[in-house]
Design a protein around this ligand. Structure first.
Ligand code: F6R
Ligand code: MG
Ligand code: MG
Length: 371
């Protein structure tokens, strides 16, 4: 079987009544553009969705990662949707399209990208996980649990096909460097890095020697784009997306979804400046309201059939996540009661990437030294 590339590319190009949700006309516009590309044979299949104010394009094709034609298609699709957003006077129309012109690759232009090329297995289940009101490091916790924690993933203990563990590719998004590390052998070192989720982010996961899967083909990939680093000023949060393959020598779908049963704290709520619980939601509830949140995660499952997307299954529509949502809402209330105080508000180093420095600038001359 020939290799297939799955590309999940997202951008906030405008939303209705604040940073809440994507208008259906933007979804329809994206669907029309991608339908044309499918007719023309550029892509095999696509699925358009949203979480909160982010428009999400899931594409399958045979062109490999970082392909110029595919990225240009995504860029033009976002542009077309942004034009509609401008017509409708939607809020933040075109917000994440930080450049006027496409220049070969959407990376560095604003959209977030998670894509991987691999040889599909006889049955290839794949899960698209999309978050709003948070940052790429929000995936560190669940990706670690899925691929490294035997209390989460029973297969690490009892399935000989993954008992050897995995390789994590970790990016230092501040110093622009990366390191490959092995679990379980280097688990404590990995945690020393990825616990600092504003700086070290898991970019990809690979199988290890002994796995039935090719070692050079990723089994998970996460978007790592940070808008502040691209633009040099706060222009919204870097709501991340990930693709995770499941089953037959990889964590089961249920092992991939299990970490989200805990509404762990992520940063990026309200003005990209607050910590709050990550609430798993169905597509129907994938909009942000309370204090522009709380941060949300949507997970859609597909099977690949010769590159066609069979699905989706809207996993968090399951009442099995009702208790998580109840707890998330209690934590949201608890955090909100701190108002502008840390740790609800982000620590001061991270506030440097928000609009706060502009406020502090106004009072800087009033400080006098104390002996
Ligand atoms: C955007 C976001 C929102 C905005 C907030 C203020 O994704 O997270 O919380 O930061 O609504 O937006 P402006 O400054 O555009 O009024
Ligand atoms: Mg936004
Ligand atoms: Mg968003």
């Amino acid at each position: 079987m020939a290799k297939i590339t799955v590309s999940l590319i997202k951008a906030d190009v405008g939303s209705v009544a604040g940073h809440t949700t994507v208008h259906e006309k933007l979804i329809a516009t994206a669907q029309r553009k991608l339908d044309e590309a499918r007719e023309a044979g550029l892509i095999i299949d696509f699925f358009v969705t949203h979480v909160g104010d982010d428009l999400e394009l899931l594409l399958t094709h045979t062109k490999g990662v970082d392909n110029e034609e595919i990225h240009e298609l995504a860029w033009n699709t976002f542009k077309a949707a942004a034009d509609v957003a401008k017509e409708l006077k939607l809020y933040g129309a075109g917000q994440d399209l930080l450049s006027d012109a496409f220049s070969g690759n959407v990376r560095g232009l604003g959209p977030g990208v998670a894509e991987m090329e691999f040889t599909p297995r006889r049955s290839e289940p794949i899960i698209a996980i999309m978050m709003d009101k948070t940052e790429p490091g929000a995936f560190n916790y669940p990706i670690f649990k899925i691929f490294a924690d035997p209390f989460n993933t029973a297969g690490l203990v009892i399935d000989p096909k993954m008992h050897q563990g995995f390789v994590f590719e970790i990016w230092d998004i501040i110093e622009h460097r990366r390191v490959f590390m092995n679990v379980p052998e280097e688990m404590y070192d990995i945690l020393a890095l990825i616990g600092a989720k504003g700086r070290f982010v898991i970019k990809r996961v690979y199988p290890k020697e002994g796995s039935p899967l090719p070692k050079d083909e990723p089994v998970a990939v996460i978007s790592t784009e940070k808008l502040f680093f691209i633009k040099g000023e706060y222009v919204g949060k870097d709501d991340p997306v990930a693709l995770v393959r499941s089953q037959s020598g990889l964590p089961a779908t249920g092992e991939i979804l299990e970490p989200f049963a805990f509404p762990y704290l992520v940063s990026g709520w309200m003005r990209g400046s607050h910590n709050g619980p990550l609430m798993p939601v169905s597509l129907k509830d994938a909009m942000c309201t309370r204090f522009d949140g709380p941060p949300r995660v949507l997970a859609l499952g597909f099977n690949l059939a010769d590159g066609k997307l069979i699905g989706p299954v809207d996993f968090f529509a399951d009442p099995a996540y009702n208790t998580t949502r109840t707890i998330a809402n209690l934590i949201a209330t608890y955090m909100r009661l701190h108002g502008p105080f840390e740790p609800h508000r982000l620590p001061s180093e991270e506030m440097e990437y928000t609009t706060l420095p502009k406020v502090l600038e106004q009072i800087k001359d009033r400080f006098e030294s104390i002996e």
